[in-house]
Design a protein around this ligand. Structure first.
Ligand code: 6PG
Length: 248
């Protein structure tokens, strides 16, 4: 395991294997949850969809691991959601609840993004109100993001309207003819979070990680380039395959 400071906004933890990366991410999340619960009596996290984090959610259900978390003090939100019912195989909530629905994880309070609501704008405002009610100032203790091969994160896709949102924490975002509408967390919401992790594994992520970390600055085309601030740097957790060609 190697930790590399890229700049004042970004650092990268490079694990030898995928399993080591998951283990590191798991332990880091548990540590953040314990820190938040002892400091503020509760912990609010926002988690991502996609395939990569599913193994992590599965690891959290293992009894020896599950015991390390005070689930009744945990509030689980989502970074983004597809405009489908929770029963749809595409639902980020539905896929995560295959794991978080099991005891003792089910003691956690979960807040699904109602992205299949008829009025997305209204649903986004209502979700943001809930976030601000549960998390003072809308500050999450931890945000767990993924990275798409096109440089998107959450549902902040290249050249989409949500990239320029500077006030709201959640908004609907049209992400293209094929994927249609999504509900997504915005950069202001990510940038105020106490801790931000981006988990990116496998060789399919190597090319985009190089552009994100070392490429010419163009966040309109590569949204994940904007991740991380001096106050709250982002930690990329990657494996050796994803680190291919990064020279780390
Ligand atoms: C989603 C995610 C998205 C995801 C990336 C990476 O709803 O799809 O929240 O931002 O993190 O697309 O997805 P993979 O982990 O499947 O590569």
């Amino acid at each position: 395991m190697k930790r590399v400071i890229v700049d004042e906004r970004r650092q990268v933890v490079v694990a030898k294997t995928e399993d080591e990366a998951y283990e590191f991410c798991l332990n880091s999340i548990i540590e953040e949850v314990q820190k938040a619960v002892s400091a503020r009596a509760s912990c609010s996290i926002a988690i991502s969809g996609g395939n990569t984090p599913l193994r992590l959610y599965e690891l959290l259900t293992e009894p020896s691991t599950a015991l390390l978390v005070n689930w009744s003090r945990l509030n689980i939100f989502w970074c983004d959601e597809r405009c489908v019912p929770s029963t749809d195989p595409e639902s980020n909530y539905g896929n995560a609840m295959r794991f978080f629905g099991n005891p003792p994880l089910d003691q956690a309070k979960t807040y699904r993004i109602p992205a299949d609501a008829p009025e997305l704008e209204k649903a986004a405002h209502e979700y943001e109100k809930i976030v601000k009610k549960v998390c003072p100032e809308g500050v999450f203790d931890l945000v767990l993001l993924g990275v798409g091969e096109d440089g998107h994160t959450a549902s902040l896709f290249p050249k989409t309207k949500a990239l320029s949102e500077e006030k709201r924490l959640y908004i609907p975002n049209h992400v293209g003819a094929d994927k249609g509408w999504r509900m997504t967390m915005t950069f202001p919401a990510i940038e105020r979070a106490r801790m931000v992790y981006a988990l990116a594994l496998g060789k399919t992520k190597a090319k985009i990680l190089k552009q994100i970390l070392f490429g010419e600055s163009n966040p309109e085309e590569i949204p994940a380039q904007r991740l991380g601030t001096k106050e709250h740097p982002v930690t990329y957790i990657i494996d050796k395959k994803a680190a291919y060609g990064l020279g780390l």
